[in-house]
Write a new protein. Structure first.
Length: 153
């Protein structure tokens, strides 16, 4: 039963990380999100960040449990046809090569990933323009929100 629970926790944590990752991708950078009081689905950027961070931790812990519960299967993935453990099986080697290539392409600012990173900047540019056009209204809303927080404390 714990194996099933672990798998479901991993699944739901993954889905929440995907959703929160998308929200953080489209949200304004830095303090701008507070200034314009950016929210989506009733959550502000700090709440989306907290969700992303906490569920990344939960996903990691569930992943470690998943490895523990499925150790035999993982060990079998590393066996050759002669039933000897070979760390660099074909599948394992391809997985390492693909992961390393994606890592390198990403940090080297190569396409198609660089376009994806630029798309994130275009969202920020949009929010910055939106803020400049509605600066006074945004400042008043931020002031009201700060006053409400002060009254709650």
């Amino acid at each position: 039963m714990f194996r099933k629970i672990t798998s479901f926790v991993m699944l739901y944590s993954f889905l929440i990380m995907v959703l929160s990752g998308i929200m953080l991708f489209i949200s304004p950078f830095g303090r701008l999100s507070m200034m314009i009081q950016w929210e989506f689905l009733g959550l502000d950027k700090m709440q989306w960040q907290a969700l992303h961070l906490i569920f990344m931790l939960i996903f990691t812990l569930a992943g470690l449990l998943h490895i523990f519960y499925n150790y035999k299967a993982i060990k079998n993935y590393l066996k050759s046809k002669s039933k000897k453990i070979v760390v660099f099986t074909t599948a394992h080697s391809i997985a390492i090569a693909v992961t390393a290539a994606l890592f390198y392409v990403t940090i080297s600012h190569m396409e198609p990933f660089e376009s994806f990173v630029k798309m994130n900047k275009s969202f920020n540019d949009y929010w910055t323009k939106e803020f400049r056009e509605n600066r006074m209204e945004a400042m008043m809303k931020m002031r009201e929100k700060m006053q409400q927080r002060m009254m709650q404390n």
